[in-house]
Design a protein around this ligand. Structure first.
Ligand code: SF4
Length: 175
């Protein structure tokens, strides 16, 4: 597939947020950060430090842009606490596989869900490539917006670090 990755490349976390909430992606892209009371970032860091100690390459930076958990011979491996956001986690890894392919490196992907002690193997295919191209184009458009996408009430809003920002003045979340 002909695609200029240099024009559309972004950090993996932005692809992840794109599949969680486009408004969250916009806040993050504009450098707006909020304290995360669930401290998932810290939890994630601890898990990365304690997991897969024997893996040959951990937290690999690619082109100063993508922070990949582990690269082994055949696989790019991502370590997640649980499968609460399976689509977002999967598409983030697919983006890594797609990016690597664009620079001439072909790998398969695997996500390790630590709490559930299970893993999911992911292979890049044409359908995923088309989906990622579409997502990268839309992410670019979202980044260029001057105002955030409209608030959509999502089931996980209460656990989102931007909850107070989004729902200030909204009254009861359950209304
Ligand atoms: S609180 Fe909900 S709408 Fe707001 S950024 Fe988070 S997920 Fe998106």
């Amino acid at each position: 597939m002909e695609f200029d990755i240099d024009e559309f490349k972004v950090q993996g976390i932005k692809v992840n947020y794109y599949y969680i909430c486009k408004r969250k992606l916009w806040f993050f892209s504009k450098g707006i950060t909020m304290e995360d009371k669930n401290d998932r970032v810290l939890q994630g860091k601890l898990i990365h430090e304690n997991s897969y100690q024997r893996s040959p390459a951990k937290e690999v930076m690619i082109d100063d842009l993508l922070k990949v958990d582990i690269i082994e011979d055949e696989y790019v491996r991502e370590v997640k606490i649980s499968s609460k956001m399976p689509l977002a986690d999967k598409m983030q890894l697919i983006y890594y596989l797609f990016y690597l392919k664009q620079i001439g490196v072909v790998k398969r992907g695997v996500i390790n869900y630590v709490k559930e002690k299970r893993r999911e193997i992911i292979e890049l295919n044409k359908e995923f490539e088309e989906e990622i191209v579409k997502a990268l184009k839309e992410i670019k458009n979202i980044n260029l917006r001057e105002t955030p996408p409209k608030l959509e009430k999502l089931p996980y809003c209460k656990k989102c670090s931007y909850f107070e920002l989004c729902y200030a003045g909204e009254g009861d979340f359950n209304e």
